[in-house]
Design a protein around this ligand. Structure first.
Ligand code: HEM
Length: 171
């Protein structure tokens, strides 16, 4: 078997179709969420769906289209304009949990994906204030506000900075 590259996690769980199904199911939950939905700046959730799909595909060893189009992920910085408190995180994770369940993965794949999503979601929290107070509560347009300061937080211990499965740097 020498010379045959190991399958990536992306391939193992079903490639593009699996990630599209995951993110579609997740955004069905977001669309009905009274806290999360107003955070998304665009009327149409389609472009946000596309960005999350491309990011997750890249992270798990699929095509690198995300960075080709968007550059370095820098997810904590990109979330700085949004009010990501523990309530928002828990809602995000609840919709993701439903979406992961719908994929019907093997226990090992399910645990691997879920572990990552939980750690990443905890790392994205940028305020402990209730809604409306805290970093750039006005959303993305307020990206130059105080919220961007969190982009400078040391991140070496955060899950989104961890080496992705095939070794790229996706902070
Ligand atoms: C913890 C709760 C979270 C909340 C409330 C949240 C909310 C948001 C919002 C409002 C956006 C802007 C939508 C857009 O226009 O793309 C966004 C973008 C994004 N989020 Fe999250 N997010 C959370 C966690 C995460 C996690 C854990 C990941 C990765 C595993 C993630 C990945 C992304 C990506 C890739 C984008 C698009 C970034 C870009 O290229 O502009 N988010 N998120």
């Amino acid at each position: 078997m020498s010379g045959v590259p190991p399958l990536s996690f992306y391939d193992e769980i079903g490639g593009h179709d699996a990630f599209v199904r995951l993110v579609d199911a997740f955004y069905r939950g977001v669309a009905d969420d009274e806290v999360l939905r107003p955070m998304y700046p665009e009327e149409d959730l389609g472009p946000a769906k596309e960005r999350l799909t491309l990011f997750l595909e890249q992270y798990w060893g699929g095509p690198t289209t995300y960075s080709d189009e968007r550059g370095h992920p820098r997810l904590r910085m990109r979330h700085a304009p949004f009010h990501v408190n523990p309530d928002a995180r828990d809602r995000w994770l609840a919709h993701m949990r439903t979406a992961v369940d719908e994929l019907g993965l093997s226990p090992l794949h399910e645990a691997t994906l879920w572990d990552y999503l939980q750690r990443a979601a905890h790392a994205m929290v940028n305020t402990f204030e209730p809604s409306g107070i805290g970093p750039a509560a006005g959303g993305r347009d307020a990206a130059t506000g105080p919220g961007t300061a969190s982009a400078g937080t040391p991140r070496s211990h955060l899950p989104v900075t961890a080496e992705p499965p095939r070794g790229g740097d996706l902070r």
